[in-house]
Design a protein around this ligand. Sequence first.
Ligand code: ANZ
Length: 955
Amino acid sequence: MSEMNSAVEAAAPHRYTAAMAADIEARWQDFWDAEGTYEAPNPSGDLAGDPAVVARPTKFIMDMFPYPSGAGLHVGHPLGYIATDVFARHQRMTGHNVLHTLGFDAFGLPAEQYAVQTGTHPRVSTEANIENMKVQLRRLGLGHDKRRSFATIDPDYYKWTQWIFLQIFNSWYDDEARKARPVAELIAQFESGERSVPGSTRAWSELSATERAEVLGEYRLAYASDAPVNWCPGLGTVLANEEVTADGRSERGNFPVFKAKLRQWNMRITAYADRLLDDLDALDWPEAIKLQQRNWIGRSEGARVDFAVGDDAITVFTTRQDTLFGATYMVLAPEHELVEKIVPAVWPEGTHDVWTGGHATPAEAVDAYRKQAASKSDVERQAEAKDKTGVFTGAYAINPVSGDRVPVFIADYVLMGYGTGAIMAVPAHDSRDFAFARAFELPMRCVVEPSDGRGTDPSTWDDAFDSYDAKIVNSSNEGISLDGLGVVEAKARITDWLVARGVGEGTVNFRLRDWLFSRQRYWGEPFPIVYDEDGIAHALPESMLPLELPEVEDYSPRTFDPDDADTQPETPLSRNEDWVNVTLDLGDGPKKYRRETNTMPNWAGSCWYELRYLDPHNDSALVDPAIERYWMGPRDGQPHGGVDLYVGGAEHAVLHLLYARFWSKVLYDLGHVSSAEPFHKLYNQGMIQAFVYRDARGIAVPAAEVEERDGAFWYQGEKVSRVLGKMGKSLKNAVTPDEICAEYGADTLRLYEMAMGPLDVSRPWDTRAVVGQYRLLQRLWRNVVDESTGEATVVDTEPDEDTLRALHKAIDGVSQDMAAMRFNTAIAKVTELNNYLTKTGAPVSRSVAERLVLLVAPLAPHIAEELWRRLGHTESVVHQDFPVADPAYVVDETVTCVVQIKGKVKARLEVSPSIRDADLEALALADEGVVAALGGGGIRKVIVRAPKLVNIVPA
Ligand code: ANZ
């Protein structure tokens, strides 16, 4: 400590310093923990509590829970946690029972990869990371109900993740009822004959166990299938499409990804496509996120059309059935199952050289092309590149409306996973088809009249003409004509025609795919599934849950040469033979089974965690229905129920939020919850950015050691460049909350993060600016506490008029800002009031000081708690009522309004210049003088000219 500092300390031993803050903060954190200050009572069960609190309106305020990484938190991470905490505190002080807590999303690849590198068991490193993060979070003074926290890796938690998986496995989607129902009810329908076995004339009783299992697999909402998957030999696992980058590599690790066929678990989320779309409307989410979900679900209205090929038919999906006369060739996805069937032994007469790819036979050409296509990701295949590739199958199909023979190609711009995996190509009106037709010298036929004067001969065009706003031409034969119709009418007419002939129908297609739900990993939830000797999957009974992850010696997935596409995944669990091979009694006596050795993807644990916060220790249900209804059930303005506020980053726009919505809907359909949506209001916080400094080679240098001189930046004598980027260890610019807490205290950090700007906007971190909020707290302290004695300095005299105005204006503004999550402007208003009190120099009235402290309490809870105590209160500030503004003092200035009765002045009112007519009328009629003058007689008319005049005409 410098001499000057110690002199100040001696004169003012009770000054608000970092050391004082550290002491105050630690003390109150201990107090809150000991008192259970943030515990929110449930209406029943083990967390039941004070009925008076239970009777209040509820607010369930939630953060996207963190992944406990080994790097710990930097100051960017808690932005959202602080914001929800401030909001939750304000809600608590305005009469709500507030549920606010935080758990950990702790399965997943990073822990496993760290384990592979270091040999530490993922549980050991993950639990250590959680402990470390808990310490960091506790230091911030977050008002969490700690009884409700858990990690997704806790067996008590994943028992229920497994249980939900089984609910989904044991359900099917009834399209008529538009909801999930138990598979048992489906079996009953098959048994009674009410429903016939699809694709078979046999009765249910005639099917073998394996056949029955196969039929049911077509219905189950969780099902295993041989699916083309993204196989990443370098990671030794299969990845979801979303985990693959645009250039066909793994997002994590940047390894090549190949298409391979594997037996995988899937979730039939596509059954819910329309409900996932429809229910978005009633959610209070940012429009941008809703739009991303809508695009992801991707609803397209169009038609299916059959093109005959010999005795088979190729069914295409098109959104432009009106252009059917213009379909001059067809394309199948290379993986399409009809390809083998239609390929002839030799090239047909007249096959164009460019169509064969130089191969001697169609089979050879198709084979070679399929290999080439398998090495590309869907994203690469969809790229708008003009150089389209493909090869002729040697087969021709018949265009059902024109009767033309059209050649059938395979090409990778048609994806197996969309529509039917086959298209009718209309090169004159689709750019991709146009480019392909040009490359392969295929005919084009204009069937939509160009409105831009280019004429109807496509051979003279540079690109397709695609427009909805034009007339159909060249589209007639004996049976039907579309000529002269607009696109919409033409679509309707051709669809009717297709239906009448039995060669097509109108249909809705979704871009959404079923969700690939298995991973060849160790560090995830084991599937509660075993296979019998016939390979039929059986659900474990609830009594065998949780199925715990076995301890294994070698938990790393077997990885392969990253470039070797011909490898197959080998799961870590499959190597533990003792665990895999079991004898179980599943109700029909002890039998031998093999366990499923995949694990669930790490999205699983975050699909339902909001529900477990409600009733975290329940061991007979995932959540008690009454408790779920209490916190999350449908209510005014929230028709589907859900969490009142969910805050997190916009990067979770689709996957997590869509998967969680899907699980909610299944649980809702099956009657386990009353909320059909998990999150009613969603809010995306911005990012805290930081400067990144790079040397001449482009390598990031430690930001803390960079000096600024003459407008340039220097590191170890070398000039470096500066740009704004992400904050993180790899960019060497991370600042930890621990550092800031040590230097100024948690309250200062909280204030700084909230004051940086509007919450939903990204903002650059600036350590040098943090001190501004520290000074605010020091001035606040000084307005209430005598720095030499530590006693409260307040006086019991009433504040003057000007002070009351400043106070109530602040209360009014802060209240509105808090409710609307405008914490930056709330802080500005607190600062203004505090500065006003500092400037007057007079001792602060107790009533003003107390309300100031209450205003500050949600933002800087420790100092508020301390000041509240020094003001003589014995109860925590956390549950005090938030101050309410007196409107009389809120108005800036007043104007005098004259109230006349029959032209005579009966009263003068001091009102706000912005008062509305209706309010002014009410004020005038309530005035004592006016009431007396009217003497109980009726009123014929009131003429209001706000803010200056009210003229009353008595009856
Ligand atoms: C003929 C046609 C003519 C088409 C025309 C478009 C324009 P959205 O809107 O995204 O649903 N398509 C269908 N299945 C496909 C697949 N598996 N891979 C690649 N493309 C596929 O797109 C539907 C349109 O995309 C369909 O309508 C089909 O091309 C193509 F002037 O059929 B259309």
